[in-house]
Design a protein around this ligand. Structure first.
Ligand code: GLA
Length: 333
């Protein structure tokens, strides 16, 4: 991936080339990779995502007419929905964003499960807030961007991506409780390397699979009489067995995945990389067998990594394609 500064340069050049004037406000945000804790954010669970060093950059200026967009993602018609949606939500929140020309360049791979959409949303919000001269807390930026994705892109996502992208520094992992939105950074041992392997299968989370999984977890919570599945105490986990078979598998994944996130953070704190790796593998098996969001390509990456001495590996993000992570032990620098 090219350095972030290159995307900044390309964004400014694109604005000048397409709109014939220099941009006057700028924003950027990183992609993210989730280390563990997938398909639990919308169920009130804990997650451990990490901000990447690759970023999306946005350059803006006042537009003489209406909002106009130029982007490096021209092949993907969806990107304007995210950018436009954020502008609409900012104005609906009473922030005086004038009509704008928007140029977008990104080093975050699109459709690879690395939150290119959240990076785009937060970068657009930051640039538009800079132009309007209105400060907004990062938590409010994240929630506004999540809402833009729900309403204008039709994707009923949780809060993990926007929160991580808005708060974490590049290279930093954060533990986020998606129910309370309490979070803290989690240092990674210098002997741990995380590789990201793109399966090459492009996911389209809005194709219905994501929303269907979310609906299953909500049905499980309703049947168990809890607001969100992650709040089901371990003493009641045996009640999951009485749910309809598919709903039971979804619920089992959520409660166990949250426990795995806690165990993974403990393992990192202790520097116990073997346990951390084993938890990644358990997470993958759960997402594959109980949540049905893996693919043969992602399974093959995980199997290959383990066969070649990795500490652990798992699919990451929403699934149905995208990327896997591989954890390796490296010699301390
Ligand atoms: C997508 C969503 C997130 C989260 C993950 C799965 O990335 O945007 O909110 O649900 O899938 O963990």
């Amino acid at each position: 991936m090219a350095p972030a500064t290159d995307a900044a340069r390309r964004t400014r050049a694109l604005h000048e080339a397409r709109f014939g004037c220099a941009a006057t406000a700028f924003g950027h945000a990183p992609g993210r990779v989730n280390l563990i804790g997938d398909h639990v954010d919308y169920a009130g669970g804990r997650v451990l995502p990490m901000a990447l060093s690759c970023e999306t950059h946005v350059a803006l200026a006042h537009s003489a007419t209406d909002d106009r967009f130029a982007s490096e993602f021209e092949g993907d018609a969806d990107w304007t929905r995210y950018a436009r949606g954020v502008l609409i939500e900012l104005r609906a929140a009473g922030i005086a964003v004038p009509p704008v020309t928007v140029a977008i360049a990104s080093d975050v791979p699109v459709g690879a499960g690395l939150s290119s959409s959240a990076a785009l949303e937060v970068a657009v919000a930051r640039a538009a807030l800079a132009l309007a001269g209105t400060p907004l807390a990062q938590g409010d930026v994240a929630l506004l961007c999540q809402r833009a994705e729900h309403v204008h892109a039709g994707m009923p996502c949780g809060i993990m991506d926007q929160w991580c992208v808005a708060h974490a520094r590049p290279g930093e992992a954060i533990l986020l409780d998606c129910a309370s939105l309490a979070w803290r950074s989690v240092p990674l041992p210098p002997t741990l390397a995380i590789d990201i392997v793109d399966s090459g299968v492009r996911h389209a989370l809005r194709d219905g699979g994501y929303a269907a999984r979310r609906a299953d977890t909500e049905q499980g919570a309703a049947r168990l009489g809890v607001a969100q599945l992650a709040s089901l105490p371990p003493a009641r986990w045996s009640e999951i067995d009485a749910l309809p078979e598919r709903i039971a598998r979804r619920a089992r994944h959520v409660v166990r995945e949250c426990a795995r996130v806690d165990a993974a953070v403990n393992a990192l704190d202790r520097g116990d990389l073997e346990s951390f790796g084993a938890l990644l593998l358990e997470s993958h098996a759960s997402l594959r067998d109980d949540f049905d969001v893996s693919t043969p390509e992602l399974d093959a990456i995980v199997e290959h990594a383990v066969a070649n001495g990795a500490l652990g590996a798992r699919m990451t993000g929403g699934g149905f394609g995208g990327s896997a992570i591989v954890a390796r032990r490296v010699t301390q620098p």
